[in-house]
Design a protein around this ligand. Structure first.
Ligand SMILES: Cc1cc2nc3c(=O)[nH]c(=O)nc-3n(C[C@H](O)[C@H](O)[C@H](O)COP(=O)(O)OP(=O)(O)OC[C@H]3O[C@@H](n4cnc5c(N)ncnc54)[C@H](O)[C@@H]3O)c2cc1C
Length: 558
């Protein structure tokens, strides 16, 4: 035996498993195809949003939340519908969903705090849903931002792994790519694969795949924490569901290239069951990064409630395809409306006032103030005047941004960003004037305008996320900004089916002895704890919860 347990994947899920194993005195081999500089995987790059229920941060902002409300929201969002018959794909997903919401309403916050994860006082209101009391969406704000963004979540776990390595309780195997699971007598007994040539590319940048040797490692159990498929557009297209129409011809990428999904089929060859592969979580507000780190590097705009959203032909998107409401419904609208399917993009039109207050950018490097724990910087950039510097940089340098003082010039510039001039300035003007006519009262018939007023009743939004209601054509709020939006690939909601101990199951529903899975590779637990939709901030916690479960199971602690 080379170790008690082999963990494949040094992202957050793998690191959470390592923490439990090392704490319980197990010897761990941690394998990753990337170099040491990539420890923490995607979580390092993340915004650090954490789904918590009934937290002190929520209460301070006047939010009343409960396990009951969160579970209603979760079920409405998940829409699990593969529950019938033997071996139903959602059988374990539902149980994981319930356990996870209990975790988020229970010990998640205190457990993370004890490990050194701190929170900002900000609680965002993501995915407000489709407008029904039961259905997709967060009834209340639940998106808690970690102090340090993603690094504030991943580094406490990475530090523990580094310390364990110094004490010879954990061995890193960087630049080792697992190509096969070793199975003997129906039990997974180890892994084999390729040793890749050293590469000192900076974190997140693609590294070489030159093979300089091979390796075999054996242990009494293997945990797969190898992430999803978001960096592999070929797999995204292969499993793209019919209900979302055809995938766009051009997509941009919200994850590093190592999120390649290769391990999933390797696990299936060894006897593991993959479920819900057609469930994915891609964003519709992607913009090309003007300073890319990985191939086709895309950044997601986290919009406040006010941007006007138009399709490629210049029509305002209908409710619930509104900024921050319902990611999947918006994607579906854009991909299944017959005259839109040929186009890959949509548009935001905003005022400078909206951009300054309402545009957030997802990612640790796009929020240097919080990532570097610079309190003064946070106060200045979030509560002060003007756009945060990263947002201003996109406005000034981003290939998808155009700025003009008047609407007709703006639309002409937007038309310059597409092969054909698809936008009619008169049509856009009429819709904006209609919308602006709704702004004279503190109530309105326009659903998006109603949403702005609703948003402003929540302190957190009023202070930091929702600009004071104003007319788009008010020159005081200008200049006007047009943003070309692309589909950005990010998360896999399905994956390896696991039981509540993170043990991988076979197509017959039996336990595949010796094999465990956690994080995105396991659809964050059970092969799909989110069902069809996420409430946001649920992924990091899903990695931690499922990684912890695997580590605890292998330490005899659950
Ligand atoms: C920009 C950005 C913002 C985000 N913001 C948030 C947020 O605010 N809140 C939230 O909840 N989530 C967020 N997420 C999502 C979240 O970060 C990820 O879903 C999560 O970190 C995935 O972790 P993981 O451990 O499952 O996989 P990963 O982090 O992808 O790690 C998998 C590791 O496995 C390795 N690997 C894969 N295959 C092999 C192989 N065959 N052999 C060896 N090694 C292999 C990879 O190299 C990689 O290091 C964000 C993600 C991004 C990119």
């Amino acid at each position: 035996m080379d170790a008690d347990v082999i963990v494949v994947g040094a992202g957050l899920a793998g690191l959470a498993a390592c923490h439990e194993l090392v704490t319980a005195g197990r010897r761990v081999a941690l394998i990753d195809q990337e170099n040491a500089g990539n420890l923490g995987g995607q979580a390092f790059w993340s915004f650090g949003g954490l789904f918590l229920v009934d937290s002190p941060e929520q209460r301070r902002l006047g939010v009343r939340d409960s396990l009951d409300l969160a579970w209603r929201d979760w079920q409405g969002s998940a829409g699990w519908d593969r529950l019938e018959g033997p071996g139903a794909e959602d059988e374990w997903a539902v149980r994981w969903g319930r356990a996870y919401v209990e975790f988020a309403a229970g010990e998640k916050r205190s457990w993370l705090r004890q490990l050194g994860v701190k929170l900002t006082p900000m609680v965002g209101w993501a995915e407000r849903g489709g407008g029904a009391a039961f259905g997709h969406g967060n009834s209340v704000p639940r998106f808690h931002v970690a102090w340090g963004t993603g690094t504030g979540v991943s580094e406490p776990f990475a530090d523990r792994a580094r310390d364990a390595a110094k004490q010879n309780r954990l061995t890193f195997h960087h630049r080792h790519r697992v190509d096969q699971l070793l199975v003997e007598g129906g039990r997974v007994i180890g892994v084999s694969g390729a040793v890749l040539a050293p590469d000192d590319a900076p974190r997140g940048a693609p590294t070489n795949r030159t093979v300089i040797g091979d390796f075999t490692l054996k242990a009494s159990a293997v945990i797969l924490a190898t992430g999803g498929i978001g960096g592999n557009h070929e797999l995204v297209r292969r499993y793209w569901p019919e209900r979302l129409g055809a995938p766009p011809r051009e997509m941009i990428t919200g994850v590093p290239a190592y999120v390649d999904g290769r391990m999933l089929d390797i696990a299936a060859e060894a006897g593991a069951r993959l479920v819900n592969r057609d469930r994915m979580w891609h964003y519709v507000e992607g913009v090309r990064n003007w300073a890319p780190i990985w191939p086709r590097h895309a950044i997601r705009i986290l919009p406040g409630p006010s941007p006007l959203w138009f399709d490629a032909l210049g029509r305002r998107l209908p409710h619930p395809a509104l900024p921050g409401y319902d990611t999947m419904a918006t994607l579906k609208h854009l991909r299944t409306t017959p005259d839109l399917a040929a186009h890959d993009h949509s548009w935001f039109i905003v005022t400078e006032t909206m951009l300054a207050k309402e545009f957030g950018l997802s990612g640790s490097e796009q929020n240097a103030d919080i990532t570097n724990r610079n309190l003064l910087g946070v106060l200045r950039s979030r509560l002060g005047k003007g756009a945060p510097k990263e947002v201003a940089a996109f406005r000034d340098k981003g290939a998808d941004f155009v700025v003009a003082d008047d609407l007709e010039t703006l639309v002409a510039k937007m038309n310059d960003l597409t092969d054909q001039p698809l936008l009619d300035p008169a049509l856009i003007r009429r819709q904006i004037e209609d919308r602006d006519a709704q702004m004279d009262n503190p109530y309105a018939k326009d659903v998006q305008v109603q949403g702005i007023h609703n948003s402003r009743r929540y302190k957190g939004d009023r202070w930091a996320r929702a600009s004071a209601p104003h007319k788009v054509l008010d020159p005081q709020a200008g200049p006007l900004i047009g943003v070309k939006l692309h589909v950005l690939t990010r998360k896999s909601l399905g994956g390896l089916q696991t039981d509540l101990s993170s043990r991988v199951l076979t197509p017959d529903g039996d336990v595949l002895e010796g094999l465990y899975a956690a994080g995105e590779a396991a659809g964050f637990g059970g092969g799909g704890l989110h069902g069809y939709n996420a409430l946001e901030g649920t992924f990091l916690g899903g990695c931690i919860f499922s990684g912890r479960a695997a580590g605890r199971a292998l330490s005899g602690r659950n």
